[in-house]
Design a binder for this molecule. Sequence first.
Ligand code: UDP
Ligand code: MG
Length: 314
Amino acid sequence: MKTVDLVVPCHNEEEVLPEFVRVTNEVTATLPSYSFRYIFINDGSKDNTLLTMIKLSQEFDNVKYISFSRNFGKEAAMYAGLEHSDADYVIVMDADLQHPPAMFPEMLKKIEEGHDCCALYRVARKGEGLLRTAFSKLFFKLQNSLSSVKLPYGATDFRVMSRQMVDAIVSMGEAQRFSKGIFSWIGFDTEWIPYENVERTIGKSSWNMLGLFRYAIDGITAFSVAPLKFITVAAGFLFGLSLLAALFVAIKAIVTGEIGSGFATIMCVMLFIGGVIELSIGILGEYLGRIYIETKQRPIYIVKTSNIEKKDKH
Ligand code: UDP
Ligand code: MG
């Protein structure tokens, strides 16, 4: 019998967890040729998520939990789950039932057909604001044009992966994790299938616009140095422009015999150059900050309590 670990990051999900397990159990009951196990990660929840997990683990033998000492973020939670998993296949999914377990049979079928991974992209965005949809479209556009890592629009983290692929992800120990990029960077063969996005019915999303914006910047800087190249291009452009301007002033002086004053022009040029310099320093700072954090080599997460042993590294 093949084993499947369900890695589920949870942040303030006490309300939805029992329902999540109920719905998921219904689906796993229809797949008797697999043995499923839950690995819940309590990512510093402020509510009784941990208590709910403990209760569930008393009710069901196959419920495991890892509880962090504080909120480390979904990326860290996913990493912890993958590091603790030892199953033949691992499914990563959200706790809020926005990633429907009903997709399991189709996903597992794909992996049995020999794909290393079957990942899902959403086709409808019900229950999301216009601004958010526009922002997320822009994010995928930017990400795909700036970085070598290509993602289909609507790509989610909901996926099933082979043991080999999970081991590859765990071997990537960077502290600032951008899973969508990591999944794609490690290679292997991923089959993308669509699913209908469902509204979150219980609890509320942990993301806000600022968080999503930071996430987008993280995504771009994690797998691309294109913004750094922009600085070089901007410098070249400004240098060319200044040569042209000097030529223009010289020719004008020779032809008309006057140099002329141009306070307004000077102000505009100075502000423009100043702006480009500030932006360039900002971009450098984004990368510098990331290098700084990365060199500290801090652990990605810290566990306070759990009922699962970390898998021995192969
Ligand atoms: N999550 C987490 N840590 C966080 C934020 C979110 O583990 O700091 C989990 C959350 O419990 C859920 C998943 O990540 O299982 C997706 O979060 P959410 O539903 O808030 O995001 P959205 O669906 O709006 O992208
Ligand atoms: Mg959600």
